[in-house]
Design a protein around this ligand. Structure first.
Ligand code: ATP
Ligand code: MG
Length: 587
Protein backbone atom coordinates (compact mmCIF):
# COMPACT_ATOMS: atom_id res chain seq x y z
CA UNK A 1 0.00 0.00 0.00
CA UNK A 2 1.95 2.92 -1.25
CA UNK A 3 1.28 6.62 -1.21
CA UNK A 4 0.55 6.35 -4.91
CA UNK A 5 -2.36 3.97 -4.33
CA UNK A 6 -3.69 6.25 -1.65
CA UNK A 7 -3.52 9.28 -3.90
CA UNK A 8 -5.02 7.51 -6.88
CA UNK A 9 -7.94 6.45 -4.69
CA UNK A 10 -8.43 9.88 -3.13
CA UNK A 11 -7.80 12.19 -6.04
CA UNK A 12 -11.06 11.49 -7.91
CA UNK A 13 -12.94 12.13 -4.68
CA UNK A 14 -11.11 15.36 -3.91
CA UNK A 15 -10.92 16.61 -7.49
CA UNK A 16 -14.44 18.08 -7.65
CA UNK A 17 -13.47 20.50 -4.87
CA UNK A 18 -9.99 21.32 -6.11
CA UNK A 19 -10.74 24.99 -6.80
CA UNK A 20 -12.26 25.50 -3.37
CA UNK A 21 -9.30 23.79 -1.77
CA UNK A 22 -6.86 25.84 -3.85
CA UNK A 23 -8.61 29.01 -2.72
CA UNK A 24 -8.39 27.90 0.92
CA UNK A 25 -4.71 27.16 0.40
CA UNK A 26 -4.05 30.57 -1.14
CA UNK A 27 -6.07 32.44 1.46
CA UNK A 28 -3.87 30.87 4.12
CA UNK A 29 -1.16 33.27 2.98
CA UNK A 30 -2.88 36.02 4.94
CA UNK A 31 -1.55 34.30 8.00
CA UNK A 32 1.97 34.86 6.72
CA UNK A 33 1.20 38.51 6.10
CA UNK A 34 -0.01 38.75 9.66
CA UNK A 35 3.20 37.17 10.92
CA UNK A 36 5.61 39.31 8.90
CA UNK A 37 3.98 42.58 7.88
CA UNK A 38 2.52 43.25 11.28
CA UNK A 39 5.96 43.33 13.01
CA UNK A 40 7.18 45.49 10.13
CA UNK A 41 4.41 48.03 10.80
CA UNK A 42 5.14 47.85 14.51
CA UNK A 43 8.81 48.58 13.83
CA UNK A 44 7.88 51.57 11.69
CA UNK A 45 5.58 52.95 14.39
CA UNK A 46 8.21 52.53 17.09
CA UNK A 47 10.81 54.32 14.95
CA UNK A 48 8.43 57.22 14.30
CA UNK A 49 7.57 57.47 17.99
CA UNK A 50 11.27 57.47 18.91
CA UNK A 51 12.07 60.09 16.28
CA UNK A 52 9.34 62.45 17.45
CA UNK A 53 10.12 61.97 21.14
CA UNK A 54 10.86 65.69 21.52
CA UNK A 55 7.88 66.99 19.54
CA UNK A 56 5.16 64.40 19.88
CA UNK A 57 2.35 66.47 18.30
CA UNK A 58 4.18 66.47 14.95
CA UNK A 59 4.25 62.66 14.81
CA UNK A 60 0.65 62.29 13.66
CA UNK A 61 1.36 63.23 10.06
CA UNK A 62 3.64 60.21 9.58
CA UNK A 63 1.96 57.95 12.05
CA UNK A 64 -1.51 57.87 10.51
CA UNK A 65 -0.35 56.26 7.29
CA UNK A 66 1.01 53.23 9.19
CA UNK A 67 -1.95 53.03 11.50
CA UNK A 68 -4.38 52.93 8.53
CA UNK A 69 -2.22 50.28 6.86
CA UNK A 70 -2.41 48.26 10.07
CA UNK A 71 -6.20 48.51 10.16
CA UNK A 72 -6.51 47.44 6.52
CA UNK A 73 -4.21 44.50 7.18
CA UNK A 74 -6.26 43.50 10.22
CA UNK A 75 -9.55 43.63 8.30
CA UNK A 76 -8.30 41.71 5.30
CA UNK A 77 -6.86 38.97 7.50
CA UNK A 78 -10.17 38.70 9.30
CA UNK A 79 -12.11 38.47 6.02
CA UNK A 80 -9.68 35.94 4.53
CA UNK A 81 -9.98 33.65 7.54
CA UNK A 82 -13.77 33.74 7.54
CA UNK A 83 -13.96 33.04 3.80
CA UNK A 84 -11.56 30.15 4.30
CA UNK A 85 -13.68 28.78 7.14
CA UNK A 86 -16.91 28.92 5.15
CA UNK A 87 -15.34 27.33 2.09
CA UNK A 88 -14.14 24.40 4.18
CA UNK A 89 -17.53 24.14 5.88
CA UNK A 90 -19.16 23.98 2.45
CA UNK A 91 -16.85 21.42 0.82
CA UNK A 92 -15.61 19.09 3.57
CA UNK A 93 -19.01 17.50 4.36
CA UNK A 94 -19.59 16.78 0.65
CA UNK A 95 -16.13 15.30 0.22
CA UNK A 96 -16.50 13.19 3.36
CA UNK A 97 -19.82 11.81 2.22
CA UNK A 98 -18.32 10.98 -1.19
CA UNK A 99 -15.50 9.03 0.43
CA UNK A 100 -17.81 7.23 2.84
CA UNK A 101 -20.35 6.23 0.21
CA UNK A 102 -17.68 5.17 -2.30
CA UNK A 103 -16.18 2.87 0.30
CA UNK A 104 -19.52 1.54 1.53
CA UNK A 105 -20.56 0.83 -2.02
CA UNK A 106 -17.35 -1.11 -2.63
CA UNK A 107 -17.42 -3.03 0.63
CA UNK A 108 -21.08 -4.02 0.58
CA UNK A 109 -20.76 -5.60 -2.85
CA UNK A 110 -18.64 -8.49 -1.64
CA UNK A 111 -19.74 -12.09 -1.52
CA UNK A 112 -20.68 -13.85 1.73
CA UNK A 113 -17.26 -15.49 1.50
CA UNK A 114 -15.62 -12.12 2.01
CA UNK A 115 -17.76 -11.32 5.02
CA UNK A 116 -16.88 -14.70 6.53
CA UNK A 117 -13.28 -13.56 6.49
CA UNK A 118 -13.65 -9.92 7.52
CA UNK A 119 -15.18 -8.43 10.63
CA UNK A 120 -18.12 -6.17 9.89
CA UNK A 121 -17.05 -3.97 12.80
CA UNK A 122 -13.54 -3.48 11.54
CA UNK A 123 -14.77 -2.79 8.00
CA UNK A 124 -17.04 -0.08 9.37
CA UNK A 125 -14.10 1.29 11.38
CA UNK A 126 -11.97 1.54 8.29
CA UNK A 127 -14.63 3.42 6.38
CA UNK A 128 -14.96 5.94 9.15
CA UNK A 129 -11.17 6.19 9.63
CA UNK A 130 -10.57 7.04 6.00
CA UNK A 131 -13.31 9.65 6.02
CA UNK A 132 -12.18 11.45 9.14
CA UNK A 133 -8.45 11.22 8.50
CA UNK A 134 -8.64 12.68 5.00
CA UNK A 135 -10.21 15.76 6.55
CA UNK A 136 -7.52 15.94 9.22
CA UNK A 137 -4.72 15.82 6.66
CA UNK A 138 -6.37 18.17 4.17
CA UNK A 139 -7.21 20.76 6.77
CA UNK A 140 -3.70 20.76 8.18
CA UNK A 141 -1.98 20.90 4.82
CA UNK A 142 -4.30 23.48 3.34
CA UNK A 143 -4.07 25.86 6.25
CA UNK A 144 -0.52 25.26 7.57
CA UNK A 145 1.76 24.52 4.65
CA UNK A 146 1.38 27.82 2.87
CA UNK A 147 1.88 30.04 5.97
CA UNK A 148 4.98 28.12 6.99
CA UNK A 149 6.63 28.44 3.59
CA UNK A 150 5.53 31.98 2.82
CA UNK A 151 6.28 33.28 6.30
CA UNK A 152 9.78 31.88 6.05
CA UNK A 153 10.39 33.44 2.64
CA UNK A 154 8.89 36.79 3.60
CA UNK A 155 10.76 36.76 6.89
CA UNK A 156 14.10 36.27 5.15
CA UNK A 157 13.28 39.00 2.61
CA UNK A 158 12.31 41.49 5.33
CA UNK A 159 15.48 40.66 7.26
CA UNK A 160 17.61 41.13 4.13
CA UNK A 161 16.24 44.62 4.07
CA UNK A 162 17.45 45.12 7.64
CA UNK A 163 20.80 43.35 7.77
CA UNK A 164 22.18 40.35 5.88
CA UNK A 165 23.48 38.68 9.08
CA UNK A 166 19.97 38.53 10.47
CA UNK A 167 18.65 37.12 7.19
CA UNK A 168 21.39 34.54 7.16
CA UNK A 169 20.67 33.39 10.70
CA UNK A 170 16.94 33.17 10.02
CA UNK A 171 17.53 31.14 6.85
CA UNK A 172 19.81 28.83 8.82
CA UNK A 173 17.16 28.34 11.50
CA UNK A 174 14.52 27.46 8.93
CA UNK A 175 16.70 25.12 6.87
CA UNK A 176 17.98 23.18 9.87
CA UNK A 177 14.42 22.80 11.13
CA UNK A 178 13.26 21.44 7.79
CA UNK A 179 16.24 19.09 7.61
CA UNK A 180 15.66 17.67 11.07
CA UNK A 181 11.93 17.27 10.39
CA UNK A 182 12.59 15.38 7.18
CA UNK A 183 15.19 13.20 8.87
CA UNK A 184 12.76 12.17 11.57
CA UNK A 185 9.72 12.02 9.31
CA UNK A 186 10.39 8.51 8.02
CA UNK A 187 10.96 7.19 11.55
CA UNK A 188 7.75 8.73 12.80
CA UNK A 189 5.94 7.41 9.72
CA UNK A 190 7.19 3.88 10.24
CA UNK A 191 6.42 3.91 13.97
CA UNK A 192 2.93 5.20 13.28
CA UNK A 193 2.31 2.52 10.67
CA UNK A 194 3.33 -0.26 13.06
CA UNK A 195 1.16 1.32 15.72
CA UNK A 196 -1.75 1.56 13.24
CA UNK A 197 -1.55 -2.17 12.53
CA UNK A 198 -1.51 -3.04 16.22
CA UNK A 199 -4.48 -0.76 16.84
CA UNK A 200 -6.46 -2.29 14.00
CA UNK A 201 -5.81 -5.86 15.23
CA UNK A 202 -6.84 -4.79 18.71
CA UNK A 203 -10.11 -3.30 17.55
CA UNK A 204 -10.84 -6.47 15.55
CA UNK A 205 -10.42 -8.53 18.75
CA UNK A 206 -12.66 -6.17 20.70
CA UNK A 207 -15.37 -6.36 18.03
CA UNK A 208 -15.17 -10.17 17.99
CA UNK A 209 -15.42 -10.39 21.75
CA UNK A 210 -18.37 -8.00 21.91
CA UNK A 211 -20.13 -9.83 19.07
CA UNK A 212 -19.88 -13.00 21.13
CA UNK A 213 -21.12 -11.29 24.27
CA UNK A 214 -23.75 -13.98 24.72
CA UNK A 215 -21.16 -16.73 25.08
CA UNK A 216 -19.04 -14.51 27.33
CA UNK A 217 -22.06 -13.96 29.57
CA UNK A 218 -23.08 -17.60 29.43
CA UNK A 219 -19.73 -18.91 30.57
CA UNK A 220 -19.04 -15.87 32.74
CA UNK A 221 -15.72 -15.23 31.05
CA UNK A 222 -15.46 -11.46 31.51
CA UNK A 223 -12.10 -11.61 33.21
CA UNK A 224 -10.70 -14.12 30.73
CA UNK A 225 -11.87 -12.08 27.76
CA UNK A 226 -10.29 -9.08 29.38
CA UNK A 227 -7.02 -10.96 29.66
CA UNK A 228 -7.34 -12.13 26.05
CA UNK A 229 -7.85 -8.59 24.77
CA UNK A 230 -5.14 -7.29 27.10
CA UNK A 231 -2.51 -9.24 25.14
CA UNK A 232 -3.34 -7.22 22.03
CA UNK A 233 -3.79 -4.09 24.08
CA UNK A 234 -0.26 -4.46 25.37
CA UNK A 235 1.12 -4.60 21.83
CA UNK A 236 -0.86 -1.53 20.94
CA UNK A 237 0.40 0.28 24.04
CA UNK A 238 4.03 -0.55 23.26
CA UNK A 239 3.85 0.51 19.62
CA UNK A 240 1.93 3.62 20.57
CA UNK A 241 4.66 4.52 23.05
CA UNK A 242 7.38 4.00 20.45
CA UNK A 243 5.57 6.24 17.98
CA UNK A 244 5.13 8.95 20.58
CA UNK A 245 8.78 8.68 21.68
CA UNK A 246 9.94 9.11 18.09
CA UNK A 247 8.01 12.37 17.99
CA UNK A 248 9.34 13.58 21.33
CA UNK A 249 12.93 12.87 20.33
CA UNK A 250 12.38 14.91 17.20
CA UNK A 251 11.05 17.74 19.34
CA UNK A 252 14.11 17.63 21.61
CA UNK A 253 16.31 18.25 18.57
CA UNK A 254 14.08 20.98 17.21
CA UNK A 255 13.92 22.66 20.61
CA UNK A 256 17.70 22.70 20.99
CA UNK A 257 18.17 24.09 17.52
CA UNK A 258 15.72 26.89 18.17
CA UNK A 259 17.36 27.70 21.46
CA UNK A 260 20.88 27.95 20.02
CA UNK A 261 20.16 29.65 16.72
CA UNK A 262 17.19 31.86 17.61
CA UNK A 263 17.52 32.28 21.35
CA UNK A 264 21.27 32.82 21.56
CA UNK A 265 22.56 33.48 18.02
CA UNK A 266 19.94 35.82 16.68
CA UNK A 267 19.40 37.74 19.90
CA UNK A 268 23.13 38.27 20.35
CA UNK A 269 23.53 39.43 16.75
CA UNK A 270 20.58 41.74 17.06
CA UNK A 271 21.79 43.41 20.24
CA UNK A 272 25.31 43.69 18.82
CA UNK A 273 24.01 45.34 15.63
CA UNK A 274 21.91 47.75 17.68
CA UNK A 275 24.94 48.72 19.79
CA UNK A 276 26.84 49.25 16.55
CA UNK A 277 24.03 51.49 15.31
CA UNK A 278 23.42 49.29 12.25
CA UNK A 279 19.76 48.75 13.08
CA UNK A 280 17.11 50.94 14.66
CA UNK A 281 15.05 50.32 17.77
CA UNK A 282 11.99 49.71 15.58
CA UNK A 283 13.90 47.09 13.64
CA UNK A 284 14.84 45.36 16.87
CA UNK A 285 11.16 45.13 17.67
CA UNK A 286 10.45 43.86 14.14
CA UNK A 287 13.17 41.20 14.25
CA UNK A 288 12.10 40.09 17.68
CA UNK A 289 8.45 39.76 16.69
CA UNK A 290 8.99 38.19 13.30
CA UNK A 291 11.41 35.60 14.63
CA UNK A 292 9.02 34.76 17.42
CA UNK A 293 6.17 34.30 14.90
CA UNK A 294 8.23 32.14 12.59
CA UNK A 295 9.46 29.95 15.42
CA UNK A 296 5.86 29.51 16.50
CA UNK A 297 4.82 28.51 12.99
CA UNK A 298 7.61 26.04 12.59
CA UNK A 299 6.85 24.59 15.98
CA UNK A 300 3.19 24.30 15.15
CA UNK A 301 4.14 22.62 11.92
CA UNK A 302 6.45 20.18 13.65
CA UNK A 303 3.59 19.34 15.98
CA UNK A 304 1.33 18.61 13.03
CA UNK A 305 3.84 16.28 11.34
CA UNK A 306 3.08 13.37 13.70
CA UNK A 307 -0.66 14.00 13.33
CA UNK A 308 -0.34 13.93 9.56
CA UNK A 309 1.69 10.71 9.66
CA UNK A 310 -0.63 8.97 12.03
CA UNK A 311 -3.56 10.05 9.85
CA UNK A 312 -1.78 8.74 6.75
CA UNK A 313 -1.02 5.49 8.62
CA UNK A 314 -4.71 5.07 9.35
CA UNK A 315 -5.61 5.95 5.77
CA UNK A 316 -3.22 3.35 4.39
CA UNK A 317 -4.75 0.75 6.68
CA UNK A 318 -8.23 1.78 5.64
CA UNK A 319 -7.30 1.66 1.97
CA UNK A 320 -6.80 -2.09 2.28
CA UNK A 321 -10.58 -2.55 2.08
CA UNK A 322 -10.61 -0.77 -1.28
CA UNK A 323 -7.83 -2.99 -2.54
CA UNK A 324 -9.72 -6.21 -1.89
CA UNK A 325 -11.10 -6.92 -5.33
CA UNK A 326 -14.81 -7.51 -5.54
CA UNK A 327 -14.81 -11.27 -5.74
CA UNK A 328 -18.07 -11.73 -7.57
CA UNK A 329 -18.54 -9.11 -10.23
CA UNK A 330 -20.66 -9.46 -13.32
CA UNK A 331 -19.16 -10.59 -16.57
CA UNK A 332 -19.07 -7.57 -18.94
CA UNK A 333 -21.25 -9.52 -21.35
CA UNK A 334 -23.61 -10.72 -18.62
CA UNK A 335 -27.24 -10.90 -19.63
CA UNK A 336 -30.27 -10.99 -17.38
CA UNK A 337 -31.36 -14.50 -16.45
CA UNK A 338 -34.66 -15.51 -18.03
CA UNK A 339 -36.41 -18.23 -16.09
CA UNK A 340 -38.98 -20.19 -18.06
CA UNK A 341 -39.39 -23.54 -16.37
CA UNK A 342 -36.78 -23.27 -13.63
CA UNK A 343 -34.53 -26.18 -14.54
CA UNK A 344 -31.28 -26.32 -12.55
CA UNK A 345 -28.33 -28.32 -13.88
CA UNK A 346 -24.94 -28.93 -12.23
CA UNK A 347 -22.49 -30.13 -14.84
CA UNK A 348 -19.11 -31.48 -13.77
CA UNK A 349 -18.92 -29.01 -10.87
CA UNK A 350 -15.84 -28.97 -8.66
CA UNK A 351 -15.78 -26.76 -5.61
CA UNK A 352 -13.91 -26.58 -2.34
CA UNK A 353 -13.51 -24.16 0.51
CA UNK A 354 -9.78 -23.56 0.59
CA UNK A 355 -7.93 -26.87 0.64
CA UNK A 356 -10.93 -28.91 1.74
CA UNK A 357 -12.43 -30.84 -1.20
CA UNK A 358 -16.20 -30.87 -1.16
CA UNK A 359 -17.71 -31.28 -4.63
CA UNK A 360 -15.82 -33.09 -7.33
CA UNK A 361 -17.18 -33.45 -10.84
CA UNK A 362 -20.67 -33.13 -9.51
CA UNK A 363 -23.62 -33.69 -11.89
CA UNK A 364 -27.12 -32.97 -10.69
CA UNK A 365 -30.23 -32.18 -12.67
CA UNK A 366 -33.37 -30.67 -11.22
CA UNK A 367 -36.23 -30.39 -13.69
CA UNK A 368 -38.31 -27.24 -14.02
CA UNK A 369 -41.08 -27.22 -11.42
CA UNK A 370 -39.63 -30.25 -9.65
CA UNK A 371 -39.63 -30.43 -5.85
CA UNK A 372 -36.40 -31.85 -4.59
CA UNK A 373 -35.44 -32.65 -1.03
CA UNK A 374 -31.82 -32.70 0.15
CA UNK A 375 -30.93 -34.96 3.04
CA UNK A 376 -27.64 -35.87 4.63
CA UNK A 377 -25.49 -35.67 7.69
CA UNK A 378 -24.47 -32.34 9.03
CA UNK A 379 -21.58 -30.97 7.00
CA UNK A 380 -22.43 -33.11 3.96
CA UNK A 381 -22.57 -30.03 1.71
CA UNK A 382 -26.28 -29.30 1.42
CA UNK A 383 -26.10 -25.61 2.25
CA UNK A 384 -23.05 -25.36 0.04
CA UNK A 385 -25.01 -26.83 -2.87
CA UNK A 386 -27.59 -24.07 -2.69
CA UNK A 387 -24.95 -21.41 -2.04
CA UNK A 388 -23.53 -22.36 -5.41
CA UNK A 389 -26.92 -22.03 -7.12
CA UNK A 390 -27.06 -18.48 -5.79
CA UNK A 391 -23.46 -17.91 -6.87
CA UNK A 392 -22.40 -16.90 -3.38
CA UNK A 393 -19.09 -18.60 -4.08
CA UNK A 394 -17.35 -18.99 -7.43
CA UNK A 395 -16.90 -22.61 -8.53
CA UNK A 396 -13.54 -24.04 -9.50
CA UNK A 397 -14.60 -25.78 -12.69
CA UNK A 398 -17.69 -27.04 -14.45
CA UNK A 399 -20.91 -25.09 -14.94
CA UNK A 400 -24.26 -24.51 -13.33
CA UNK A 401 -27.18 -23.79 -15.64
CA UNK A 402 -30.62 -22.42 -14.95
CA UNK A 403 -32.89 -23.00 -17.94
CA UNK A 404 -29.86 -23.52 -20.12
CA UNK A 405 -28.15 -20.26 -19.10
CA UNK A 406 -24.79 -20.54 -17.37
CA UNK A 407 -25.25 -18.68 -14.09
CA UNK A 408 -21.74 -17.29 -14.20
CA UNK A 409 -22.74 -15.46 -17.40
CA UNK A 410 -25.94 -13.85 -16.14
CA UNK A 411 -26.22 -10.72 -14.04
CA UNK A 412 -26.15 -11.36 -10.32
CA UNK A 413 -29.11 -9.08 -9.83
CA UNK A 414 -31.34 -11.11 -12.15
CA UNK A 415 -30.16 -14.36 -10.56
CA UNK A 416 -30.87 -13.24 -7.01
CA UNK A 417 -34.26 -11.80 -7.99
CA UNK A 418 -35.40 -15.15 -9.30
CA UNK A 419 -34.15 -17.43 -6.57
CA UNK A 420 -35.75 -16.95 -3.15
CA UNK A 421 -33.92 -18.51 -0.22
CA UNK A 422 -35.13 -19.03 3.31
CA UNK A 423 -31.82 -19.49 5.11
CA UNK A 424 -30.89 -21.86 7.89
CA UNK A 425 -30.36 -19.14 10.46
CA UNK A 426 -31.98 -15.93 9.29
CA UNK A 427 -30.69 -12.66 10.68
CA UNK A 428 -32.78 -9.54 10.52
CA UNK A 429 -32.00 -5.85 10.11
CA UNK A 430 -32.24 -3.61 13.12
CA UNK A 431 -35.33 -2.07 11.50
CA UNK A 432 -39.08 -2.49 11.83
CA UNK A 433 -40.82 -5.79 11.11
CA UNK A 434 -42.54 -4.12 8.18
CA UNK A 435 -39.23 -3.05 6.65
CA UNK A 436 -37.74 -6.48 7.27
CA UNK A 437 -40.55 -8.20 5.40
CA UNK A 438 -40.61 -5.61 2.63
CA UNK A 439 -36.95 -6.37 1.97
CA UNK A 440 -38.23 -9.27 -0.16
CA UNK A 441 -39.86 -6.86 -2.60
CA UNK A 442 -39.36 -3.16 -2.09
CA UNK A 443 -42.46 -2.02 -4.01
CA UNK A 444 -44.82 -4.28 -2.04
CA UNK A 445 -47.84 -2.52 -0.55
CA UNK A 446 -48.78 -2.82 3.12
CA UNK A 447 -51.61 -5.14 2.06
CA UNK A 448 -49.11 -7.48 0.36
CA UNK A 449 -47.07 -7.49 3.55
CA UNK A 450 -50.07 -8.34 5.75
CA UNK A 451 -51.01 -11.12 3.35
CA UNK A 452 -47.65 -12.89 3.41
CA UNK A 453 -47.34 -12.31 7.15
CA UNK A 454 -50.61 -14.17 7.51
CA UNK A 455 -49.48 -17.05 5.30
CA UNK A 456 -46.20 -17.34 7.19
CA UNK A 457 -48.10 -17.23 10.48
CA UNK A 458 -46.28 -14.12 11.61
CA UNK A 459 -49.52 -12.37 12.40
CA UNK A 460 -50.08 -14.29 15.60
CA UNK A 461 -46.97 -12.94 17.25
CA UNK A 462 -46.90 -9.54 15.59
CA UNK A 463 -50.38 -8.87 16.93
CA UNK A 464 -49.08 -9.41 20.45
CA UNK A 465 -46.34 -6.78 20.10
CA UNK A 466 -47.66 -3.31 21.06
CA UNK A 467 -45.98 -1.55 18.14
CA UNK A 468 -47.08 -4.29 15.74
CA UNK A 469 -45.46 -4.09 12.33
CA UNK A 470 -43.57 -0.98 13.38
CA UNK A 471 -41.66 -2.73 16.14
CA UNK A 472 -37.89 -2.59 15.70
CA UNK A 473 -36.38 -6.03 16.02
CA UNK A 474 -32.97 -5.42 17.65
CA UNK A 475 -29.59 -5.92 16.06
CA UNK A 476 -29.59 -9.06 13.87
CA UNK A 477 -33.18 -9.68 15.01
CA UNK A 478 -32.21 -10.50 18.59
CA UNK A 479 -35.52 -9.34 20.02
CA UNK A 480 -37.40 -12.15 18.29
CA UNK A 481 -37.34 -15.84 19.03
CA UNK A 482 -35.63 -18.16 16.57
CA UNK A 483 -38.97 -19.40 15.24
CA UNK A 484 -40.34 -15.87 14.89
CA UNK A 485 -37.26 -14.82 12.95
CA UNK A 486 -37.69 -17.82 10.73
CA UNK A 487 -41.31 -16.92 10.00
CA UNK A 488 -40.32 -13.37 9.06
CA UNK A 489 -37.78 -14.86 6.66
CA UNK A 490 -40.50 -17.07 5.19
CA UNK A 491 -42.83 -14.09 4.75
CA UNK A 492 -40.04 -12.19 3.08
CA UNK A 493 -39.35 -15.02 0.65
CA UNK A 494 -43.05 -15.34 -0.10
CA UNK A 495 -43.18 -11.67 -0.94
CA UNK A 496 -40.24 -12.04 -3.31
CA UNK A 497 -42.41 -14.33 -5.43
CA UNK A 498 -39.45 -15.81 -7.28
CA UNK A 499 -39.79 -18.76 -9.70
CA UNK A 500 -37.16 -20.80 -7.86
CA UNK A 501 -37.54 -21.41 -4.17
CA UNK A 502 -34.97 -22.79 -1.73
CA UNK A 503 -35.66 -23.74 1.86
CA UNK A 504 -32.65 -24.47 4.00
CA UNK A 505 -34.11 -25.93 7.19
CA UNK A 506 -36.70 -23.22 6.89
CA UNK A 507 -38.90 -24.57 9.64
CA UNK A 508 -36.31 -26.14 11.92
CA UNK A 509 -36.94 -23.70 14.78
CA UNK A 510 -40.70 -24.16 14.82
CA UNK A 511 -42.77 -26.38 17.04
CA UNK A 512 -44.56 -29.21 15.26
CA UNK A 513 -47.94 -27.51 15.26
CA UNK A 514 -46.78 -24.19 13.86
CA UNK A 515 -44.65 -26.09 11.40
CA UNK A 516 -47.69 -27.99 10.20
CA UNK A 517 -49.59 -24.74 9.61
CA UNK A 518 -46.72 -23.19 7.73
CA UNK A 519 -46.17 -26.33 5.74
CA UNK A 520 -49.56 -25.75 4.13
CA UNK A 521 -48.63 -22.22 3.13
CA UNK A 522 -45.27 -23.40 1.89
CA UNK A 523 -46.87 -26.09 -0.22
CA UNK A 524 -49.06 -23.48 -1.82
CA UNK A 525 -45.96 -21.39 -2.42
CA UNK A 526 -44.16 -24.33 -4.02
CA UNK A 527 -46.84 -24.79 -6.65
CA UNK A 528 -45.51 -24.11 -10.13
CA UNK A 529 -42.06 -23.40 -8.74
CA UNK A 530 -38.85 -25.33 -8.80
CA UNK A 531 -38.21 -26.00 -5.14
CA UNK A 532 -35.21 -27.30 -3.27
CA UNK A 533 -35.85 -28.20 0.35
CA UNK A 534 -33.21 -29.12 2.89
CA UNK A 535 -34.58 -30.77 5.99
CA UNK A 536 -33.35 -32.91 8.81
CA UNK A 537 -36.94 -33.71 9.77
CA UNK A 538 -37.67 -36.19 7.05
CA UNK A 539 -41.44 -36.06 7.41
CA UNK A 540 -41.36 -32.62 5.80
CA UNK A 541 -39.82 -34.20 2.70
CA UNK A 542 -42.33 -36.95 2.18
CA UNK A 543 -44.21 -35.04 -0.50
CA UNK A 544 -41.13 -34.19 -2.55
CA UNK A 545 -40.91 -35.53 -6.11
CA UNK A 546 -37.38 -36.67 -5.48
CA UNK A 547 -34.91 -36.81 -2.63
CA UNK A 548 -31.12 -36.55 -2.95
CA UNK A 549 -29.04 -37.99 -0.16
CA UNK A 550 -25.76 -36.12 0.29
CA UNK A 551 -22.70 -37.63 1.85
CA UNK A 552 -19.36 -35.83 1.89
CA UNK A 553 -20.37 -33.74 -1.10
CA UNK A 554 -21.59 -36.68 -3.17
CA UNK A 555 -25.11 -37.70 -4.02
CA UNK A 556 -25.12 -41.27 -2.71
CA UNK A 557 -28.80 -42.07 -3.13
CA UNK A 558 -31.65 -40.53 -5.06
CA UNK A 559 -35.30 -41.23 -5.74
CA UNK A 560 -38.69 -40.78 -4.17
CA UNK A 561 -39.30 -41.40 -0.51
CA UNK A 562 -40.58 -44.87 -1.35
CA UNK A 563 -37.66 -45.69 -3.66
CA UNK A 564 -35.17 -44.74 -0.98
CA UNK A 565 -36.89 -46.71 1.70
CA UNK A 566 -36.78 -49.64 -0.71
CA UNK A 567 -33.02 -49.21 -1.15
CA UNK A 568 -32.68 -49.71 2.56
CA UNK A 569 -29.49 -47.71 2.90
CA UNK A 570 -28.64 -44.36 4.53
CA UNK A 571 -32.04 -42.73 3.98
CA UNK A 572 -33.91 -45.74 5.23
CA UNK A 573 -31.73 -45.80 8.32
CA UNK A 574 -32.34 -42.10 8.99
CA UNK A 575 -36.05 -42.57 8.51
CA UNK A 576 -36.15 -45.52 10.80
CA UNK A 577 -34.44 -43.55 13.54
CA UNK A 578 -36.88 -40.66 13.22
CA UNK A 579 -40.00 -42.76 12.93
CA UNK A 580 -38.86 -44.79 15.91
CA UNK A 581 -38.66 -47.90 13.83
CA UNK A 582 -42.24 -47.50 12.75
CA UNK A 583 -42.72 -47.11 9.00
CA UNK A 584 -46.13 -45.89 7.95
CA UNK A 585 -47.93 -47.86 5.25
CA UNK A 586 -48.58 -44.84 3.17
CA UNK A 587 -47.62 -41.22 3.20
N1 ATP B 1 -17.50 -20.61 4.56
C1 ATP B 1 -16.91 -21.79 4.71
N2 ATP B 1 -15.56 -21.88 4.70
C2 ATP B 1 -14.96 -23.07 4.84
N3 ATP B 1 -15.58 -24.22 5.00
C3 ATP B 1 -16.92 -24.22 5.03
C4 ATP B 1 -17.65 -22.99 4.88
N4 ATP B 1 -18.96 -23.28 4.93
C5 ATP B 1 -19.04 -24.61 5.10
N5 ATP B 1 -17.82 -25.18 5.15
C6 ATP B 1 -17.53 -26.60 5.31
O1 ATP B 1 -18.09 -27.29 4.20
C7 ATP B 1 -18.72 -28.47 4.61
C8 ATP B 1 -20.16 -28.48 4.13
O2 ATP B 1 -20.88 -27.48 4.81
P1 ATP B 1 -22.41 -27.21 4.56
O3 ATP B 1 -22.76 -25.97 5.28
O4 ATP B 1 -22.68 -27.26 3.10
O5 ATP B 1 -23.06 -28.49 5.28
P2 ATP B 1 -24.58 -28.85 5.45
O6 ATP B 1 -24.78 -30.13 4.74
O7 ATP B 1 -25.46 -27.72 5.08
O8 ATP B 1 -24.63 -29.13 7.01
P3 ATP B 1 -25.81 -28.79 8.07
O9 ATP B 1 -26.79 -29.89 7.93
O10 ATP B 1 -25.08 -28.85 9.37
O11 ATP B 1 -26.35 -27.46 7.74
C9 ATP B 1 -18.60 -28.53 6.11
O12 ATP B 1 -17.59 -29.46 6.41
C10 ATP B 1 -18.18 -27.13 6.53
O13 ATP B 1 -17.26 -27.19 7.59
MG1 MG C 1 -26.63 -26.42 6.16
Amino acid sequence: MTYRNLISFLWPLIRPYRWSFLTVFLLAMFWSLDATIWPYLLGKVIDILTRFEADRAAAWGELKLWLVAGLILWLSIEIAFRVQGFMLARTIPKMESNIRMTMFNHVERHSPKYFNEHFAGSLANKISDMTSQVTVVLQLLLTMLNPVILTSVLGVLFFLNIHFVMALLLALLILVHIGVSIYFASRVDKAEEIHGEARSTLSGKIVDSLTNNFAVNLFYRFKDENAFVEVYQEKERETNKKAKYAVEIMRVFLGQITFFIAGIGMNAAMIYLWFQGSITTGQVAQIFNTTWNIVQFIWMFSFTIPTVFSAIGLMKQALSVMEDPQDLGDDPQAKPLVVTSGEIVFEDVTFHYGAKKLFENKDVKIRGGEKVGLVGYSGAGKSTFINLILRFFPIESGSIYIDGQNISKVTLESLRRQVALIPQDPLLFHRTLRENIRFGRLDATDEDIYQVAKWAHCEEFIRRIPEGYDAVVGERGTKLSGGERQRIAIARAMLANAPILILDEATSSLDSITEQYIQESLERLMQNRTTVVIAHRLSTLAKMDRILVFDQGKVVEEGSHRDLLGLNRQYARLWEMQAGGFLPDSI
